[in-house]
Design a protein around this ligand. Structure first.
Ligand SMILES: Nc1ncnc2c1ncn2[C@@H]1O[C@H](COP(=O)(O)OP(=O)(O)OP(=O)(O)O)[C@@H](O)[C@H]1O
Ligand SMILES: [Mg+2]
Length: 256
């Protein structure tokens, strides 16, 4: 019992298999096992992002007593759906591992070990008041407002917690794209286009390409950051037009 607890504490993929009877896809297994503090998951539609987020949330809350896990989604509907996945996972726990919840609301739960999982919709006001998060996961991060991202990051300052952004791309804009493209080596990155997801059939993808058109298909299923449809200049053109050598006329540093 003690040995399996220790194994599950150290290995969220083993925890998912044994305690939740959930068989992760190979990419989910990799994502569950990464230990870094900053993780970017660029995954196609229906690849299993939210499911992975729910497992990670539950694992952290169970094995780190008194931890705060925040799940951030772009809308109330999405945060409710994600929280339902956490609740379903919790119910799937084998009776030995399951603990009686101290509190179980529509968007948050508290465990006897004092850990909390809170699922928040994408409004900056809902975030204020939380601090010291052990884990923050943004689901559909490409659609979470940048102001919210800026409000969330300081909550990791004291706790030294983890930050995971997971999303399907949504144009060359916003913090998810910028961290993916320019965030540097502090981030670990996993990219999962649809052909790498064992549950998405090739003939379905061919039908989707026909129905959605190339632009949407590349974004939704091939994880490409496509230019936004109404963009007059490409991201590369704008980036190349910015010089770090020319000094601004009025204050500031070159390239600012
Ligand atoms: N390893 C797995 N084995 C079996 N089914 C899985 C696995 N991972 C996810 N699923 C199922 O695949 C479906 C999509 O999962 P999920 O909602 O987590 O994906 P998503 O990437 O968040 O999708 P979306 O892009 O629509 O938000 C769900 O029905 C989920 O139960
Ligand atoms: Mg999802």
């Amino acid at each position: 019992m003690l040995a399996s607890d220790l194994r599950h504490a150290l290995d969220p993929a083993a925890f998912a298999k044994d305690a939740l009877c959930f068989e992760p896809d190979p990419w989910q297994e990799d994502a569950l096992r990464l230990r870094g503090k900053r993780l970017l998951l660029n995954c196609c539609r229906q690849s299993g992002k939210s499911t992975t987020a729910a497992i990670l949330a539950l694992h952290t809350a169970l094995f780190r007593p008194a931890s705060l896990v925040l799940l951030v989604s772009p809308s109330l509907r999405q945060s409710s759906e994600l929280f339902r996945k956490v609740q379903d996972m919790f119910k799937a726990l084998t009776p030995v591992a399951r603990q009686v919840l101290v509190e179980d609301n529509r968007l948050s739960l508290v465990m006897p070990n004092k850990s909390r999982i809170v699922s928040l919709p994408g409004k900056e006001g809902t975030i204020r008041g939380f601090s010291g998060a052990s884990l923050i996961i943004e689901d559909e991060a490409a659609r979470v407002p940048d102001e919210l991202y800026k409000a969330v990051r300081p909550m990791l300052a004291v706790s030294g917690g983890r930050l995971i952004l997971m999303s399907t791309p949504f144009g060359k804009r916003g913090h998810f794209f910028h961290e993916w493209d320019e965030g540097g080596s502090t981030w670990e990155r996993i990219r999962i286009p649809a052909p790498a997801c064992p549950r998405i059939a090739a003939d379905f993808l061919a039908e989707e390409r026909q129905a959605l058109g190339d632009w949407w298909f590349r974004q939704e299923y091939l994880c490409e950051f496509a230019e936004t449809v109404d963009q007059a200049f490409s991201y590369e053109h704008v980036a190349r037009a910015v010089s770090t050598e020319i000094k601004p006329l009025f204050g500031g540093e070159p390239g600012e």
